[in-house]
Design a protein around this ligand. Structure first.
Ligand code: TYD
Ligand code: MG
Length: 455
């Protein structure tokens, strides 16, 4: 394809072709026929990166020094944790989320905090007017001298203004609504998003600006625009919201400067976002006492233990195939665990409907919650509550064995801190351990566990 020939591009996945037609990748992927859109090829000069620093040649690793202060804490603890201890200067951070998740609210607060430590901070709002953002800032009580607000959609203008403003941090809200006038495609198109992303990336690196991009997600949950944006940036965070719940979870899905296992928890209220520094307490707040079918597990998100309440409801199926309904956990995993419970511990579930839910709209993704799911179902079937001060941990295998979990000590410490007195843990994890912070009882099989707490 000649360098400046037009291309036809899929606006969903970024597939490019020299000919018009539909996207073969999307068709194969089950998205149906997606029409390719003609795009003028980007002027090749525009894509070249600005000249890098003079030191840019191969050098021995030990000669490369890190500048101190390369990482700046934003002052919002939950955000800093997810970033890996603050934002790195010259890095590009993409924050994705559904409309209304609170991306603008979070970044306005982050911009305010950053403006205190490394002014000036430039907040480019391409979606809302400056007055709208000001109204929000007023409502949230945000005033900051080093924070500059600019309603602008032309990225070239933003680039030109950088010399003047010399921001240390930049927020672009959102990448889908800014555009480069020299490209003919519409804002939000693959060509624009990719080119704007590349431009911002080069600027961030060359000038050492910590840059945050807001990205919208499609209703399927993927970042709108090309996947290339995710490859381009250093860090991708998702701001997850569950409908009807006030809490928001910030999760790293890619991070060149830290772990991707960390989460940050916020609560959206009248006064904006507040950090939830004790999410376990938050998720357990409404836990019923002495109810059958409820159990608390300690899951580990990154380095942070999180206590969650699992609930199961087992009722006699009225007709036909019994139902299995699962919210907040993996459906297939729950079916597997119910089969183990039936076959290995003799709890007859074949004629029972089973509903499993993680209270508070939380989510468990770890096998360490297996034993909790099994015990919740058994407790509901037998209509016998589990001890209120009990926390349960363990992966369950197909033979009914209870397997070790990682990070046991961290989890038990969190449980003890929140007032739990006893724990049911895999026997294997208990063997070589210093005295646990609460009374821990080791079990080797599902039957052991049932005997231990349900009699
Ligand atoms: P916003 O940050 O505009 O979301 P996004 O930029 O991700 O689209 O947040 C919008 C939602 O948050 C909106 O539904 C209203 C709610 N909200 C509050 O409940 N309290 C507040 O103080 C603010 C600023 C927003
Ligand atoms: Mg917004």
């Amino acid at each position: 394809m000649p360098r400046d020939a037009n291309v036809y591009r899929c606006q969903q996945c970024g597939f490019a072709s020299p000919k018009a037609g539909t996207c073969p990748d999307c068709l194969r992927g089950g998205a149906g026929y997606v029409q390719l859109v003609e795009e003028r090829a980007a002027p090749s000069r525009g894509t070249r990166r600005p000249a890098a620093a003079a030191a840019d040649r191969p050098r021995p690793l030990r000669e490369i020094t890190l500048e101190r202060g390369d990482r700046v804490a934003t002052g919002i603890g939950e955000l800093d944790r997810v970033l890996g201890g603050g934002v790195v200067r010259g890095s590009l951070v993409l924050i994705g989320g559904e409309p209304g998740a609170g991306k603008s609210t979070l970044l306005l607060a982050a911009a305010r905090a950053l403006a205190r430590v490394t002014p000036p901070v430039l907040y480019v709002t391409a979606e809302e007017s400056a007055a709208q953002v000001k109204m929000r800032a007023d409502r949230l009580g945000i005033t900051a001298d080093g924070l500059l607000l600019w309603a602008e959609t032309d990225l070239a203008a933003v680039q030109a203004a950088l010399d003047d403003v010399k921001p240390r941090a930049l927020v672009v809200d959102s990448i889908q609504t800014v555009s480069l006038p020299e490209l003919e495609s519409a804002p939000g198109s693959v060509a624009q998003v990719r080119e704007c992303g590349a431009r911002l990336q080069a600027l961030a690196k060359a000038r050492g600006i910590a840059t945050f991009l807001v990205g919208h997600v499609t209703k399927e949950g993927a970042l709108a625009g090309p996947r290339v944006l995710e490859h381009l940036v250093d860090t991708v965070l998702y701001f997850e919201s569950e409908p009807h719940h006030a809490y928001r979870v910030l999760r790293a899905v890619k991070n060149r400067f830290g772990s991707t296992n960390e989460i940050g928890v916020f609560e959206m209220g009248e006064r904006g976002l507040t950090e939830v520094s004790n999410p376990s307490g938050f998720f357990l707040a409404e836990r019923p006492a002495g109810a059958a079918g409820s159990v608390v597990v300690a899951s580990l998100e990154g380095t942070r233990p999180l206590l969650l309440e699992l609930q199961a409801l087992v009722t006699r199926a009225s007709f036909g195939t019994p139902r299995r309904t699962v919210l907040g956990a993996d459906y297939n995993r729950v079916c597997l665990l119910l089969a183990v419970l039936e076959k290995r511990a003799g709890v007859p579930l074949a004629s029972q409907d089973v509903f499993v839910n993680v209270a508070g709209g939380g989510r468990v993704t770890e096998p360490a919650a297996d034993l909790g799911i099994v015990l919740a179902a058994a407790s509901s079937y037998l209509d016998r509550p589990l001890p209120a001060d009990l926390v349960v941990l363990g992966e369950v295998g197909l033979t009914g064995e209870v397997r070790a979990v990682a990070g046991l000590e961290l989890r038990l410490r969190e449980a003890a801190a929140l007032g739990f007195r006893t724990a049911l843990v895999p026997r294997g994890s208990l063997a070589d351990r210093a005295k646990p912070p609460l009374e821990a009882r080791g079990v080797a099989t599902v039957t052991d566990a049932l005997d231990a707490v349900l009699g």
